[in-house]
Design a protein around this ligand. Structure first.
Ligand code: SF4
Length: 483
């Protein structure tokens, strides 16, 4: 990576998105598989941690090994002898033991520098697993349990880290591993050191919905108070916590100055607190930035007024959880939103020129083939610009998993983080039928002549054309040709 060639001092600290040992996608997107293709974008965890590393007195540098198509040997060759003072690396839940072994080898290559792993939410929610990982990997300096609230910077800056009480960083201590309770603020505002967005600037990054590059990610709020049965993302923060409006606006001004053209807000439910969101959107609109942005929210949060404010402040796209065609199924997963409400909000977005993405949960445990097809038709009927058809998985730690286990429809250990297959025993569908229905969903949505024509007419750049070709390859053609 170019930045590594520039930074050759003892004080560099490596933020690493490591090589992938499987065809596994670390970041959520509309992609089928193969993280280094299609629409990858940088991890919000590494972005958030970059400010803490800088504040500890180091120069954060960044390497995305998947994007650079590096295997672990090539990565070692890339970083050896570069004077790197430490590593903060992502790890994945499904490949964790193998990836930790590779990180141990990397530590040796780098002369024994500190290595911290960033725990996924699944790992964070299991203190016993954290304890086991530390005990089995005594070489590992720590596992970051929460990338937003922690004192990693204080630990890195301390001359005697043993004297620092870690907050949300599980560390190895002389007398054994220390696994602190996860601490989460429940009031006031959230303070995050301003991320070093410049090191993540890479024109190869984009979002599935992107129109321009370069892109980066920003966190304005954490958490979500809703309780959708299948959701794991809100487990740490059930109460919403916001950063200071002025801090986030200034961060966006800097991002704009650095030449980024798009931002993805990684908030779970953008705009839920109307007072804070209105203040933020009005202040952002007043800055008249070139930056355009994308976010995720709920249909029942996107009031017409909120949508107008968002549009004025530069929003070009919104992702909504639509989930299913049947209102009673939506109610069962505690998403009480009517079909009429969904149609209205998608129409409001169209009128304002905001693109929409619908997230669909394919194949609930008692869905028949006809139910799945009805959901596919419903997704088409609300006329989103993109649809992400995700096969339902009962992820560890969710209420859905608890119910699936209780009611006997869980296939233990079979969760699929690509959401292509399911870990649920469907009452009326076989696993092969479910996968075939997902392929059918993508094909029938993305291959309609009207949609293809609309897309072609809206194309404004070669970048967009190339991205759409890659997306259609990943979502439609490759699955078709590989079956
Ligand atoms: S609204 Fe979204 S983030 Fe919140 S619980 Fe439901 S699915 Fe999760």
């Amino acid at each position: 990576m170019k930045v590594l060639d520039r930074m050759d001092t003892r004080q560099s600290y490596l933020l690493l998105d490591p090589p992938s040992l499987a065809e596994f996608c670390r970041r959520g997107s509309l992609r089928e598989k193969d993280a280094a293709q299609s629409a990858p974008f940088p991890s919000i965890d590494l972005i958030l941690l970059s400010g803490a590393v800088r504040d500890a007195g180091f120069q954060p540098i960044y390497l995305d090994a998947q994007m650079d198509n590096l295997d672990w040997d090539m990565l070692a060759g890339r970083v050896r002898g570069r004077g790197i003072a430490g590593v903060v690396s992502l790890i994945s839940s499904s490949q964790i033991d193998a990836e930790l072994e590779k990180l141990r080898e990397l530590k040796i290559v780098l002369g024994g520098v500190p290595v911290y792993a960033v725990g996924t939410i699944m790992i964070q929610l299991e203190p016993h697993r954290v304890q086991r990982l530390l005990q089995e990997n005594p070489w590992l300096d720590g596992i970051i349990l929460n990338a937003a609230e922690h004192n990693l910077g204080v630990l890195l800056a301390a001359s005697d880290p043993e004297s620092v009480e870690p907050v949300n960083v599980a560390v190895q201590r002389a007398d054994g591993p220390l696994v602190p309770e996860i601490r989460v603020s429940h009031g006031g505002s959230l303070r995050i050191p301003r991320p070093e967005h410049a090191i993540f600037r890479d024109r190869r990054y984009c979002f599935p919905q992107s129109k321009r590059t370069p892109v980066t990610c920003v966190q304005f709020s954490l958490g979500c108070p809703f309780t959708c049965e299948f959701c794991i993302d809100n487990q740490l923060y059930r109460k919403m916590l916001y950063r200071e409006v002025s801090e986030v606006v200034e961060e966006l001004v800097e991002i704009d100055r650095l030449g980024f053209r798009e931002v993805y807000f990684k908030d779970l439910t953008f705009g839920l607190n109307k007072k804070i969101s209105t203040e933020f959107l009005e202040e952002l609109a007043a800055r008249k930035l070139r930056l355009r942005w994308l976010c995720t929210t709920r249909v029942d949060v996107a009031t017409p007024r909120m949508l107008r404010l968002m549009r004025r402040a530069g929003c070009y796209g919104i992702e909504f959880g639509v989930e299913h065609a049947k209102e009673d199924v939506r109610q069962r997963v505690t998403k009480r939103i009517s079909n009429e409400h969904i149609r209205g909000v998608f129409a409001d977005c169209r009128r304002l020129g905001i693109e929409t993405t619908a997230f669909i949960l394919l194949a609930m445990e008692d869905d028949t083939e006809a139910d799945v097809r009805a959901t596919i038709r419903f997704a088409r009927s609300i006329r989103p610009d993109y649809v992400s058809f995700n096969v339902l998985n009962a992820l560890p730690g969710t209420s859905l998993e608890a119910r699936a286990r209780r009611e006997g429809f869980l296939r233990e250990g079979a969760e699929d983080y690509r959401f292509v297959a399911s870990n649920i025993k469907h009452r009326y569908l076989s696993p092969t039928q479910v996968e075939a229905l997902r392929r059918e969903a993508n094909r029938t949505f993305y291959f309609r002549p009207s949609l293809v024509l609309d897309r072609l007419l809206k194309l404004r750049s070669f970048f967009e054309f190339r991205k759409l070709v890659r997306l259609s390859w990943d979502t439609v053609w490759r699955p078709l040709l590989c079956t």
